[in-house]
Design a protein around this ligand. Structure first.
Ligand code: NAD
Length: 311
């Protein structure tokens, strides 16, 4: 633990940046995050002077609720903005001056831009997923989609799917309260028939049996949660499968679904596209999204399995 106070450390970092555009990632346990390398790499290639710093609340003994102080301190130190990750995407909401319509509807923010002293919240997770799906699985049918996992990533995916015109999203989660809450909020935003909760193994099998696609948004498949999130024989070859886990990119679901002949999207595109959208908001520059995607792929494959894939 450093002896420098948190505000002093932020100011020191800002001074060291010497006029470069300064951006931070705020969350807990973000040491292994690939976002700094991804953002700074793109800035270098575009000739933008840009520094992207990790602000790990755990390093400073700070609770998620301290995110409001972090906003005030970084804004005053001259930061251009922040990415917000677990566990602060909702905790940050009361501290913002303005929200994009999508972030407001989703009730979660992963990007904050300081505009003339005002903190403006955006959500690029949902748009990253939707764009990644459109480019990575062009023409994927969206009549009926099963979403496994109703946490933060699942909520962004569901919002993205329905915004992109999905007919019905069938939501399954081990925690029935979570799937019910997500379904409720989706019905409020998009209409009663657009979201349905799925119950139990039989309910999941039936929903997948008549679905066009499956999106997986639980932590299963990460290095510390290995395995398949559902029985392999539910993966019919005419079902498309989108994964949100990206460390590793080739999760057991991805490799199993490919082997069974499904069209498969790994979790890399969602991540790279949300990062590209954040970069655009912070810099006003147009990033080369394909270059960011291949850089991200390289970073994931060379950084080891990692123990965390936040931000
Ligand atoms: P979370 O903890 O908020 O939610 C996970 C949900 O999955 C919980 O509701 C939990 O009950 C449920 N769950 C766990 N195991 C299950 C199972 N076997 N069957 C059904 N439900 C199950 O986590 P999160 O923030 O939503 O993150 C989920 C994953 O998505 C993580 O691996 C995260 O890193 C990844 N993610 C990826 C991106 C990206 O850009 N690709 C963005 C955000 C999150």
């Amino acid at each position: 633990m450093s002896h420098t106070s948190f505000p002093d450390a932020v100011r020191e970092h800002a001074d060291l940046a010497r006029g470069a555009l300064l951006v931070g990632l705020v969350g807990t346990g973000i040491g292994p995050s690939l976002s700094p390398a991804l953002h700074e790499g793109e800035a270098r290639r575009l000739g933008v002077r840009y520094r992207y710093r990790r602000i790990d609340l755990a390093d400073w003994g700070l609770a998620p609720e301290a995110v409001g102080d972090v906003l005030a301190i970084t804004r005053d130190a001259g930061y251009r903005g922040l990415n917000i990750t677990h566990p602060c995407k909702q905790a940050v909401l009361p501290h913002l001056d303005e929200l994009s319509a999508d972030a407001e509807a989703l009730g979660a923010v992963n990007t904050v831009v300081f505009e003339g002293g005002r903190a403006v919240g955006h959500n690029t997770d949902w748009s990253g997923f939707t764009r990644g799906l459109a480019v990575g699985l062009p023409g994927a049918a969206l009549g009926s989609v099963v979403l496994l996992g109703a946490g933060g990533a699942g909520a962004a995916v569901a919002y993205g799917l329905l915004t992109a015109g999905a007919g019905t999203v069938h939501v399954a989660d081990l925690d029935g309260d979570r799937s019910a809450a997500l379904v409720e909020s989706l019905r409020t935003g998009f209409g009663a028939g657009r979201a349905v909760a799925v119950h139990g193994d039989d309910g999941l099998a039936a929903a997948i049996g008549s679905a066009d696609g499956l999106v997986h948004a639980t932590p299963t498949g990460m290095a510390e949660h290995p395995g398949l999130p559902l029985p392999a024989d539910l993966l019919r070859r005419d079902l498309w499968v989108a994964e949100v886990v990206y460390r590793p990119l080739d999760t057991e679901l991805v490799t199993t679904a490919r082997a069974r002949g499904c069209r498969v999207l790994d979790g890399g595109r969602m991540f790279a596209y949300q990062a590209a959208q954040g970069f655009r908001l912070f810099t006003g520059e147009e990033p080369d999204v394909d270059r960011m995607l291949s850089h991200f792929d390289h970073l994931v494959r060379t950084s080891g399995e990692g123990t965390s894939d936040v931000g």
